[in-house]
Design a protein around this ligand. Sequence first.
Ligand SMILES: [Zn+2]
Length: 448
Amino acid sequence: MGQALSFFPAPADDETIYSACARFHQLAGRSNSESSSELLLGHAVGGSEIDLVSGLQHLQEASYGLIPCNLETLRQRSVLRAYLPFMSAARRRQVLTACSSSQSPLPIRAERGLTWSCSMLEHHLRACPECAAEHLQAGFAYWVTGHQLPGVWVCLRHRCALRSMCRRGHRNMTWATVAGAKFDVRPEPSRDLFAALCNISTCVEWLSAQPSVNLEVLLMQFRSRMRESGFSRSDVKVTDEELRQLHELMHLTIGSGIPHFAGYDKVNWIRLTVRDLRFAHPLHWAMLLAFSGDACEASLAQEYADAQARLPELELFEDPSVTRRACAPASLYKAMEQFERLEICAQRSSLRIGEVQRWLLRDPALAEHRKASEFKIKHRAATQCIEGALLHNPSLTRVGVLRRVPWAFRWLEAHDPELLGRLTPAPYGRQRTLFSSPSQSHPCAAPS
Ligand SMILES: [Zn+2]
């Protein structure tokens, strides 16, 4: 077990565990990286583990609890922020146990929560020059957690490319600091590449901020995005050919020069990610979202909520043999609230008329919704017609209203006679003999 150190500098809110340890090592004026690692983490190799966490229990004691040993710390201060949402609660507990331990040899990467990926074998240490200049003014330039996540190569706050520390040997135990690091020299990204990197970073951040993600919901969200961007013909199924075209666009934009994306030059990963949910990796999903539509946190959240609402709720069916039926897209539900004609509903929800008709058969709730919406639309239209006629000619009698807008009058007469009574002027004079009082259920008969 660790002992409290006489000095441990308070880490910044968005500083990684690695950075806080490097800060201690530097500010304490220590020269031996391995012995600092022993003091902080209970093992010697912390300086070489730029993206991993271990010895968290030891660090909690050494830091006077400034860095507590819990899942919140892993989210706040390590690349696991991107991986935890994809894990079950049980898996998260296992990962926390592995990260808490200082045992030697250390548990392997997968045990500490870093899912294997075809594309990236490690997370490079990255820093934003403008963030670093700001931090330096406050005393110490640190490694920002959000900049270390897989696939993040831009600072969304400063809209600039991140710089990546030159790769070092795996046995290099030195605690790397932003101020002391040697950075790779890379050409400035083109405008298209920069825009794509911003979109990917936004999607990585959005995914990482979720407490947990349901892959089936994410898949439904992806299919809707593909459909709405015109990549795919249906939001029920994405074909291999459609995935191949998406991959082509990704590859043309990203290329394979930037670390983390090198393995994405083969199309296989997309098919595996979409077809086999066990293949989930945060960067795969961020790429799929980033290239299939707008990357804006608010719309991503809205789409996810819409997709979640469409997922059949299994627990509602006690009998497991009951067929699970998916719901139609929320956009179609919304369109039906406003428009009666199927062609317009299809247009408004970016679907083909045939798809709308199929959804009406597949989703019984949609058919119900359509019936209720039709009633509301007609009710609204009839009310507006009568109000409009009276506004245009305030001296209209009830008969006058009937002659001016017969459809609206007859519809309300049949479906909401009470409202018709309130809207139309009370009958008087000769007409009193034609109409009964508005409080009765059928206030008016057709004029003879
Ligand atoms: Zn920045």
